[in-house]
Design a protein around this ligand. Sequence first.
Ligand code: SF4
Ligand code: SF4
Length: 329
Amino acid sequence: MNECVHCGFCLEACPTYVVTRSEVHSPRGRIMAMRLGLESSGLGTCVFCRRCEEACPSGVPYGELISAHRRADASTAGMHRLLENPRALASALRLVMKGNGETSARLREFVKEVREPLEYRDQSAEVVLFPGCLTAVVLRQTVEKALKYLRRWFKVEVVNGCCGLPHMGEGERDRAEEIATAWSSKLKGRKVVVLSANCAAHMKERWKGVEVYDFAEFVERNGLELPRVDAKVTLHEPCHAKVVGISGYTRAMLKRMGVQVVEMDDPSFECGAGGSYFLFQPELADAIFEEKARKVGRTGIETVVSSNPSCSLSLGRKFKVIHPADLLD
Ligand code: SF4
Ligand code: SF4
């Protein structure tokens, strides 16, 4: 906290500052509130996108600060337990989406289809395909495409679960560390290919001794053959993936396929989902989404490539959204 010199270089990078123009809802204001021990409403409105970290010339580790500061309430902790078990998550989503309350309506707005996670085991697998908890149940077709594609070159098994990123951002940091330790022990020394780019970013930082790759990163680093695809898209860069420097692989993969990318302004600007943010901060989430939708809309392109599931659900309210794996035969 003491590294912050209040320069304000992070302000325009922060989605909540951009839509509120309020210091309270800015990285600088939040750091000041934490430093002074104030009960600021801004501490609850942070999306945990970590874009401020990228913009900060002083190297303030904002993500570490806010994750250490937050404490999950019972409903958030309960939701995290469901994410840890994608089968239970699928059942819970179906049940809640049938309801009449605000949460049910909000979920129906974002989630169009819920399916059981794909189970595919191979004792001799060289590669683990880790869809991520949400991708496993709301983007199962993407999981099937990725599995079919990777099996052309490797023995693959699917492992379902949660990486711990939601816990890290939403007040259960100790649980996030427990999850990382458990996976590190279970998958030590293995190659793990992830279909949720922000989860891949988190896993790269927290899962010790595991070779973690975002899907496009794995394809590009192994030079895997790709089909030619005649398409014109715009590209959303998931925020945490940008922070750890893996966004370029998706762009490289699309280029090798011959896909034409029409660039949007500031492609890693938030999508308006932010994990469970869209449920607990709906007004701010929608204001951020409108800002993002303007950036997408200015490209004149209706298809957005997104490699992270919550971003895809949010953008999917207005645009056609595909994962890079969806383009493969
Ligand atoms: S967090 Fe970094 S960029 Fe933001 S005000 Fe502090 S020193 Fe400046
Ligand atoms: S993590 Fe994102 S929302 Fe939170 S202060 Fe930083 S830029 Fe703003």
